[in-house]
Design a protein around this ligand. Structure first.
Ligand code: ASP
Length: 341
């Protein structure tokens, strides 16, 4: 297998130069920056940050495995039934079936793995890691992904909790007055569609970078829908010479803008992580024809090789700015990001 450095070297020996792919300018800038490594980041604010980041930080601070650190942190939300947008207890698709999406990427070998529309496994990010480490593929979906997980000893379980089953029934009964379901008895159905997802990004003491995005996706999605979270370059992307970018929110926009890839390339070309997050949001607004056409949200988080953090959302409100949490030698820190409209 040819690695990326060898590939670029072989192109340059043929006289082909790739100025936009060169990591040189970024690494020179990064060297001049004060390193804040190791550091682990999650796309959640104060309500979740400590629980999620602690297991990962405990590994990183002892110079343990970078991949173990991000996986352990991702598993916290995946296994927690109180979170209705990730893993066990995530809201189901329109048929009441929980279908999970997750991806993982590892900087040192630029490898990645992902699963989509995976049913019955509480920790899809762990399955994505096995796709990366134990196969020559990158993306497994649906039954194939589940069979692969079973082969590796994962238990098939019902991921719908009593609480999410009731929320789903209410949604179904409230859908139309032209069907035979009576409307929800208590009449106070919450119309908002739940979004969520969690991104975990980390840089270890060697300045190597890794990341995970994991989700149950959009609630009530059409069965088989795949969001941005398992698509490399959409819901997650990183480059070991530059940094990592990941997203939550309306996945279709991240897919059609290649948003996470775009963010990393912007950082490579000199934008700070914060500027890169804002530029990705701006690109999505532009693609949609301007602020007046945007009635959805996406939130982008970024972490540079030197441990600098960025966070921006398309939409927001004063006092409800998007948040990102990090844990480094300086302790647990919640940072408020920006929003564009
Ligand atoms: N990005 C996820 C998806 O589209 C959902 C979310 O983050 O809320 O599947």
């Amino acid at each position: 297998m040819i690695d990326r450095r060898k590939f670029i070297k072989s192109l340059s020996s043929l006289g082909i130069s790739l100025p936009l792919l060169s990591a040189k300018s970024f690494t020179t800038t990064a060297k001049n920056k004060k390193m804040n490594n190791p550091i682990i980041l999650c796309s959640r604010g104060k309500d979740w940050a400590e629980d999620v980041l602690k297991p990962g930080w405990d590994i990183l601070r002892k110079n343990g495995s970078l991949l173990n650190a991000i996986e352990k942190s991702a598993n916290v939300t995946e296994l927690d039934p109180r979170d209705t947008s990730v893993g066990y207890g995530g809201l189901p698709n329109e048929d009441g079936v929980v279908q999970l999406d997750a991806s993982i990427m590892y900087g040192p070998n630029h490898n990645c793995g992902s699963v989509a529309a995976l049913e019955g496994i509480k920790t899809p990010s762990s399955v994505a890691r096995l796709v990366m480490e134990r196969t020559d593929h990158i993306h497994l979906v649906a039954e194939g992904a589940q069979n692969f997980a079973k082969m590796h000893g994962f238990k098939i379980e019902n991921l719908l909790t009593e609480s999410t089953r009731k929320i789903w029934v209410k949604w179904k009964e409230n859908l139309s007055d032209k069907d035979d379901y009576f409307p929800p008895a208590d009449g106070n159905y919450d119309q908002e569609r739940t979004t969520g997802t969690i991104n975990i990004l980390a840089v270890d003491k060697n300045s190597d970078i890794a990341g995970i995005t994991t989700t149950s996706g959009l609630a009530w999605k059409i069965p088989g829908r795949v969001g941005d979270s398992p698509i490399i370059g959409a819901g997650l992307y990183l480059d070991n010479e530059v940094g990592a970018v990941a997203a939550t929110g309306r996945g279709e926009e991240m897919i059609r803008s290649c948003g996470s890839f775009l963010g990393v390339e912007l950082m490579r070309n000199g934008r700070s992580p914060q500027e890169a997050c804002e530029d990705v949001c701006k690109r999505i607004i532009d693609i949609n024809g301007g602020p007046s056409k945007v009635d959805f949200n996406d939130k982008i988080v970024a972490l540079s090789k030197s441990g600098e953090v960025g966070c921006a959302a398309i939409r927001g409100k004063k006092g409800q700015e998007p948040e990102v949490a990090t844990w480094s030698k300086k302790g647990l820190k919640i940072t408020k990001g920006t929003y564009l409209i």
